[in-house]
Every structure is written in C-alpha cells, then in structure tokens.
Design a protein around this ligand. Structure first.
Ligand code: SF4
Length: 302
C-alpha cells in the first residue's frame, strides 16, 4: 500500500488485519486517584462515556452490549478499551483477571489501556506481559500526557511531571509485547504553536506507537468551565485547528498511528467550542488539504 497522508486508526488496523477493527469501551468502576486532588481541570468522565456503558454491569455484560451498540455489525474484531478513569490505579491482582477475561474472547484482538503515567506498576506490566504471551494478543498502553511543559501540567492540575511520562514509557518499552501511546491536548492557555510542536517532538522521540490528539474543549461544571466563564480561556475555531493540524502532522512519524484528531465530548455537556462538525468531517477536510498541498504525516520527523 502507498503511504497514507495520515496513518489513522482505521487505516492502520485494516492494513494489519485486512478488515475493519473496532473498540469496545469498558468501565471497571475504579475512580481516578487524581479526583482526590481536584482532578484535571478539563475532565468530567461523562464527557467520554458511551451511551451503552454502565459501570454497574459486569465486564462480560459491558462487552456484550458494546458488540451490539458501537460495533453495529460493522466490525467483528475489536480491542477492549479500558478507557474510563485510570484503570491501572486498581491493584494488579484485581485488574489482571479482568484483562484476562477480556483477552479470552475470540473476537478480541487485544486491549487498550488508557491511564496516567504515574500509575504504571511493574507488577502489573509483568503480569499483563505473561497474559499477552499466552493469548498471543496485543496491548497498547495509552498515557495521558497532554503536554511536555511543566507549567501546562500544573495549569491542568495533572499532578504528575513530564519526567513521569519518560519513566513510564521507558518501563513499558522494556516489554516487547506492549505498544505505547500518548494523549495530547492542543490549545492549553499559555502555549503557542512552537510549544505544541515541541510536545509532539518530545513524545514521538520516545518511540511511541500511537497518539491521540485533542483540541481543548470546555465541558460543563469543570474548573475549566469557570475559567471560560471568566473569559480566561481562548479556544480554537474549526479553521484555526485545521491549520494547526496541517502544521503539526508532519512532525508525527509516518509509522505512528493516529487514533484521534480532535476531542469529541458529549454534546449535552460540551460548552465550547461547538463546531457541530463530526470527527470524520475534520479528517476528510484534512486529507483533502494534505492531498492538495502534498503534505504527509512524518514529512518533518527525524
Ligand atoms: S487523570 Fe484522566 S481520568 Fe483522572 S482526572 Fe485527569 S483526565 Fe480525568
């Protein structure tokens, strides 16, 4: 296949497995430890919870509902996505059997774990590596990074440092069975374009395999919402964000899979920016611009 302008999640896994691959989110019901410290200023779990997902259901029921709901017959095979809160804050002896259960489903090709860089325990990594070796399935560990700049991490109330990210990536990469990913936010107050590009270069320089890009969104009843009401936060227009991505995508190596190009908080609780545009529309527009101008992901990565 020729090089894509953007190595999207769907492109990457279709190339790898010859068919579309889905994701089924599960909720293990363990709260994120950062909530005790006030939580990240932008975060409200309802903003990223799919409608079918009830934490009162057990994991088997959540997966069964997920197969009917988001997959809707479009995908047979899927990743089980530990997306809610900070799954790895649960003790390894409790979390590993849940991972095992998810991996044993024959339609499941692997798991994706979304978590904080300061909650990566060696005991969990080694236990999960054994499960992956025995099931011959894959695992991506996605870290909430958001920014490589300490002032931004403090602003967001992340309560971890960028050094925690480096250390987590290093320890995960010691096991060949894992892939690593990073979540980034663009448009954090106080950051300019060069700061955002520097973040992309630093995380990609660590050898990550996947990335999720988000524009800053204001979700109702969060500390960021209060700041927005006080007019302390400026947000991207749709056009500005597209222009930014056209500049940033060339700095992401061509082999890194881009799981997401923008944030998609639930419209019922999204305050701003309200672009009323689907993620697929953004992707299509970007692809069009990149084709027109001969721009490729990875053009400026070294
Ligand atoms: S670490 Fe993640 S789940 Fe926890 S408060 Fe921050 S964004 Fe939300």
């Amino acid at each position: 296949m020729k090089q894509p302008h953007i190595r999207t999640f769907s492109y990457h896994y279709r190339e790898k497995y010859g068919q579309p691959i889905g994701k089924i989110a599960v909720d293990i019901g363990h709260p994120c430890p950062n909530r005790e410290k006030g939580g990240c200023i932008f975060c409200r779990s309802a903003s990223f919870t799919p409608a079918y997902l009830l934490k009162t259901d057990n994991i088997t029921a959540q997966i069964a509902k997920g197969k009917k709901s988001p997959l809707k017959g479009r995908f047979k095979n899927y990743f089980t996505y530990f997306q809610q809160e900070t799954a790895t804050a649960m003790a390894a002896e409790k979390l590993l059997p849940i991972c095992d259960l998810a991996l044993r489903d024959s339609d499941c090709i692997g798991i994706i774990i979304s978590t904080r860089p300061d909650y990566i325990e060696n005991e969990f990594l080694s236990g999960l590596a054994s499960l992956l070796e025995s099931t011959k399935k894959e695992c991506l560990i996605e870290l909430g990074v958001q920014s490589a700049h300490e002032k931004s991490l403090t602003f967001l109330n992340r309560n971890h440092s960028f050094e925690d990210v480096r250390s987590a990536v290093q320890r995960i990469r010691q096991y060949k069975v894992f892939e690593t990913g990073a979540h980034l936010i663009f448009g954090i107050p106080g950051e300019n374009e060069d700061d955002m590009i520097a973040t992309v270069q630093k995380v990609c320089g660590m050898g990550i395999n996947a990335i999720k890009l988000h524009h800053l969104q204001v979700v109702r009843d969060t500390p960021l919402h209060d700041m927005y009401v006080r007019r302390e936060v400026r947000l991207f227009s749709f056009e500005e964000y597209c222009q930014l991505l056209l500049k940033i995508l060339p700095f992401i190596p061509a082999e890194v899979t881009i799981h997401r190009l923008c944030a998609t908080s639930h419209p019922d609780i999204l305050v701003a920016p309200r672009w009323n545009i689907l993620a697929a529309t953004l992707s299509k527009k970007l692809m069009g611009k990149m084709t027109e101008n001969g721009i490729y992901q990875g053009d400026k990565s070294y």
